[in-house]
Write a protein that binds this ligand. Structure first.
Ligand SMILES: [Zn+2]
Ligand SMILES: [Zn+2]
Length: 368
């Protein structure tokens, strides 16, 4: 079939909206007409070559939409079902079989190589060039995407379908980090570094967990205001002074949990100095240079009994966690929609600029 896709043609180059082709689903695949797709920092990093993916390439990994066709072996969903698309996983490795698909041993092959794990691609029709995709098992910056049975989650039809795509990556990452990876208990204190969509989702998760003190550190005034609206108890401007002093001015003993979305070594070091004894630091921010290392004082880490935890996708099992988040949303306890601004897919490049400049927090691109 013919579809329209936002094609990445090279680093630091605008997306090009092009008519291309998409095959019919294979046995375990699910063809989805995309209603909305979130724009995640990972898409822009991938467009700009950070993951070393081949061009031309279709990105997009926070899609939602309506199933229009399924492969012969698919039983989980059928035509007409509303679905959110999430990351893909193999379903067979030790992580997947333990219910931890975010740590799938085949995660890269299923999400980050620009094709299906076997090297083939359902996309085509882009001149003579091989068109790469299957990004996070979807490539949903398009009118249609080929997902797999494992990475579609059926959504209740009462929920605004166009908004649920970000639950499949950025929102489940932030909320899951607090609710699942670190399981912050009621009454605990949390420091969130960065109030982009992932940090704000962490704030929402911390409110669900009934954390008593939720401190956000964020340079952008508009995002600090949104953090407070979503339930942060304090929003700090890093320009107002050293972070440990600011945090200890609020809680003298330091924060029980810290969550970094920046990937910035100086910020992470300041966060460690802001933490309480027996605190836990969660890391999801990805540095531009994958070889960056974190210098940690061994003795101070021991003496403070700190735990440093790497986190992928908030330890989510999307089939379990996305419905849980949507139940909270319906109960008025998880207002993730407050951070979303919609743009038509045709305005994707304007949306990238607006998100980059901080004019909007989380973009969802609509197909209408
Ligand atoms: Zn696996
Ligand atoms: Zn993402």
């Amino acid at each position: 079939m013919k579809i329209t896709a936002a094609v990445s043609v090279g680093p630091n180059t605008d997306f090009a909206l092009e008519e291309v082709t998409l095959e019919s689903p294979r046995d375990h695949e699910v063809l989805v007409e995309i209603t909305g797709v979130g724009l995640c920092h990972t898409d822009i990093a991938a467009r700009d070559g950070v993951y070393g993916l081949p061009y031309p390439l279709v990105l997009g990994h926070e899609g939602s939409g309506v199933v229009i066709e399924v492969g012969a072996n698919v039983s989980k969903v059928g035509p007409g079902d509303h679905v959110a698309l999430s990351f893909n996983s193999c379903g067979k490795c030790t992580s997947c079989t333990k219910g931890s698909p975010a740590y799938c041993l085949e995660f890269v092959a299923y999400n980050y190589i620009g094709s299906r794990p076997d090297g083939s691609n359902p996309l085509g029709g882009f001149g003579d060039a091989e068109l790469h995709g299957h990004f996070f098992g979807q490539s949903s910056l398009a009118t249609h995407a080929m997902a797999s049975e494992r990475n579609v989650v059926k959504i209740d039809k009462s929920i605004p379908l166009e908004l649920v795509g970000p639950l499949g990556c950025g929102i489940q990452t932030g909320a899951g980090a607090i609710m699942r990876s670190m399981s912050a208990p009621e009454g605990s204190s949390l420091l969130v570094l960065g109030a982009g969509p992932v940090g704000l989702a962490a704030v929402l998760g911390a409110v669900v967990q009934k954390c008593s003190t939720i401190i956000v550190s964020e340079p952008h005034a508009g995002r600090r205001a949104l953090a407070l609206e979503l339930g942060a108890t304090h929003a700090l401007d890093p320009a107002d002074g050293p972070l440990p002093e600011q945090v200890r001015g609020i809680i003298a003993g330091g924060a029980d949990f810290a969550f970094d979305t920046t990937g910035n070594v100086a910020v992470i070091k300041a966060a460690i100095e802001s933490m309480a004894v027996n605190g836990m630091l969660g890391l999801v921010g990805v540095p531009k240079d994958f070889s960056v290392e974190l210098p940690i004082n061994i003795v101070a880490t021991m003496q403070a009994g700190l735990t440093i935890k790497g986190i992928v996708e908030g330890d989510s099992d999307p089939d379990v966690f996305i419905p849980e988040l949507l139940d909270l949303y319906k109960a008025g306890r998880f207002a993730f929609d407050k951070m979303i601004t919609t743009f038509p897919l045709s305005k994707i490049n304007d949306a990238v600029t607006a998100q980059h400049n901080g004019e909007v927090t989380k973009v969802v691109l609509l197909n209408n």
